[in-house]
Design a protein around this ligand. Structure first.
Ligand code: SAM
Length: 638
């Protein structure tokens, strides 16, 4: 029986609160467990809200229509409940999209799917989190579904933050996806300011998996069975040549597997190349960053769109067709192991000890998410994870941009792929890691294992000329972006971005800017340390001495500060900021004439520049504004 039992209600009227007073919410609790529903109602009532409950899920829509609640708290008891059922339970009636929903459940897998809910609270229930959530909803008046387009500056801040946390590289073509993802998550969370959402993301990126939830909107999983068929032909040829007479284990990695079409196509190729596959130790390791895609991959149910180039023979042999759906056979499924993995996470290899000594890696149409530097380094790691003569398959657009000394390019029909060179194996991780004994026995200098036929070795193609990465996220561009963030006073975002600029000529610039950020936060010793690291790398950097001067100046060590400003000016006579600071320092010491002289010199130098760019280390002042300030300063002392 449905229960619309009002709990001991708080007598205050539901509706808009007076200014400054938190809103009392009308909450509808939906739970199959009457006791738990009562408990939740009591909690909410004590917190000053009006709560009613319904314990028959089928009646929830009617209850929503009648009660018109401000908030739904849905407790999902059974592990078998599908996310879709929860969504339907709460979102089916007209107009309910705008009602915030909190889901409480022990069934954690639901969290990755319920991306439109305000919060998913795992059981055992964290009461404080529930009450904090309800209070936050009461305090927010955000309009769900409101369109939010990021300003250029916000875009820069978000993409820098996401880059620093995940390695995901955003170009302007991804901007719409970021816009959409933010609009969805902010709407679910009833947050209507990007700054507030960024703070929430930083606070709850890990503990509430907010980063993971946002990422679901930012990665696009377009894929289909047997995409680039010649790649699968090349794989089959190698498998037959190498393993027809050898029982060695076979390991293939589909990195960025999306909804599973690629790893299942690999599994089918193995089954076709090696008819005795059932007696073999075969595994396709399929990973992706997107949990929703992984869930669909494990389910293995596909639309005709995914099968658009799959021939009838394959359809009949490896799928059951039910209505419009194609369901992959269990024997194909058993060869594939799906798991979550962020390719840019440094732990990726540790999480997957199986990811070495591999026969083939498919990482197609994934590198587009990374900066050119990351893509190059990732290809290097792939090379290290392959067996000698193992194959690397990249997306068409990615192939010609990539080059690693361990890889030789091969052509197969109208496609390219790479083969790990047998000659340069010394430094690779595959060789350093303990490989299975059979694999270890075969090196470039030892003959192939008995029964293994020599593999076909098509002549290597000449490599395309190497062109340095020119896209937006090289170290120089990251440093530049960090400077702009610094000028925009987005110090944390700038700092995070700077931490990614290491081991390159830009490192000194990054260390100095980090020093300025640390000094701005009052972390003077850390700022000096950062400065010293920069000077160790290059002791002719005027900015480094200026930074030292600023820190010493702030600590009233004026004589030492003056010395550092002088060093900066010796190295760069036209450097405005140390000159201006020198003037201020003179003034603090009562040396008015010297102060006026430095300010006048600064004005003269500034007057020689006719562009109106920002003045380095001035906190984003343009030349014109800086000129006005200097003239004002001069007026006070002259
Ligand atoms: C366009 S799909 C490619 C699917 C398949 N490889 C193909 O070519 O048909 C790109 C996939 O890469 C995944 N991806 C993006 N960034 C990733 C990362 N950092 N780690 C793991 N997977 C990532 C996305 O979630 C998405 O499923």
């Amino acid at each position: 029986m449905p229960r619309f039992a009002p709990c001991d209600g708080w007598p205050g009227a539901v509706g808009r609160a007076e200014e400054g007073v938190p809103l009392s919410l009308q909450v509808l609790v939906i739970s199959d467990n009457g006791l738990f529903a009562d408990y939740l109602c009591e909690l909410l009532t004590v917190a000053g809200h009006q709560a009613t409950s319904v314990t028959d899920g089928r009646q929830s829509q009617q209850a929503i229509r009648l009660e018109k609640p401000d908030l739904l708290v849905v407790a999902v008891e059974q592990a078998k409940v599908a996310a879709l059922a929860v969504e339907q339970r709460v979102h089916a009636p007209e107009g309910t999209r705008n009602i915030p929903v909190i889901v409480i459940s022990e069934c954690r897998r639901l969290e990755a799917e319920l991306l439109h809910v305000f919060d998913f609270i795992p059981k055992p229930l964290d009461v404080k989190r529930l009450l904090d959530d309800v209070a936050a909803i009461a305090g927010r008046q955000a309009q769900a579904g409101r369109h939010l387009a990021l300003s250029d500056r916000q875009y820069l801040v978000f993409s820098a933050y996401i880059l620093s946390c995940t390695g995901l590289h955003f170009e302007s073509r991804n901007r719409a996806a970021l816009d959409r993802g933010l609009a969805k998550r902010m709407s679910a969370l009833r947050i209507d300011s990007c700054t507030e959402y960024l703070a929430y993301l930083k606070r709850h990126g890990e503990d509430r998996h907010e980063l993971q939830k946002l990422l679901q909107f930012l990665t696009v999983g377009e894929t289909y069975f047997f995409r680039y068929p010649s790649h699968f032909d090349a794989l089959k040829e190698r498998l037959t040549a190498r393993y027809a007479h050898s029982p060695e284990p076979i390991r293939i990695w589909s990195a960025g597997c999306s909804t599973g079409e690629e790893p299942y196509s690999i599994a089918i190729s193995i089954m076709e190349a090696l008819p005795d596959w059932q007696e073999r130790d075969v595994k396709v390791i399929a990973t992706d960053i997107n949990n929703r895609s992984l869930k669909r991959a494990r389910e293995g149910v596909y639309t005709p769109w995914s099968m658009r180039i799959t021939g009838e023979h394959h359809q009949r042999r490896y799928f059951d067709q039910v209505g419009e759906s194609f369901i992959i056979h269990d024997d194909v499924k058993r060869l594939v192991e799906f798991s979550h993995l962020n390719l840019s996470s440094p732990e990726s290899a540790a999480v997957h000890p199986q990811l070495h000594g591999l026969d083939a890696i498919f990482c197609r149409n994934v590198l587009i998410y990374f900066s050119p530097e990351q893509a190059v380094s990732m290809v290097g790691s792939f090379a290290a994870a392959l067996k000698p003569s193992g194959q690397l398959f990249l997306g068409h657009a990615e192939t010609l941009l990539t080059r690693s000394p361990d890889l030789e390019i091969r052509r197969q029909d109208n496609s390219f792929y790479y083969v790990k060179s047998r000659l340069r194996t010394g430094a690779s991780r595959a060789e350093r890691s303990p490989a299975p004994p059979a694999a270890r026995a075969r090196t470039a200098t030892t003959p192939p294992a008995q029964g293994t036929r020599p593999e076909p070795q098509p002549a290597p193609l000449p490599l395309p000329p190497w062109s340095p990465p020119v896209q937006a996220a090289g170290p120089a561009e990251r440093l530049d972006a960090a400077r702009r963030l610094y000028d925009a006073e987005e110090f944390d975002a700038a700092y995070e971005l700077l931490e990614t600029v290491t081991d390159c000529p830009e490192e000194t610039g990054a260390l100095i800017l980090m020093g300025f950020i640390l000094a701005g936060k009052g972390l003077f010793q850390e700022a000096l340390d950062s400065c010293s690291r920069a000077i160790e790398l290059n002791d002719l950097l005027p900015e480094a001495y200026f930074l030292r001067g600023v820190v010493l100046d702030a600590n009233d060590r004026l004589a030492e500060a003056a010395q550092e400003y002088r060093k900066a000016l010796l190295l760069d006579h036209d450097f405005i900021m140390p000159r201006y600071h020198m003037g201020r320092l003179h003034l603090r010491l009562g040396r008015v004439r010297e102060a006026a002289r430095e300010i006048r010199n600064s004005i003269r130098i500034l007057a020689r520049h006719d562009d109106n760019g920002t003045i380095p280390f001035s906190g984003g002042l343009t030349r014109a504004v800086c000129m006005v300030q200097l003239q004002n300063a001069l007026a006070k002392v002259a």
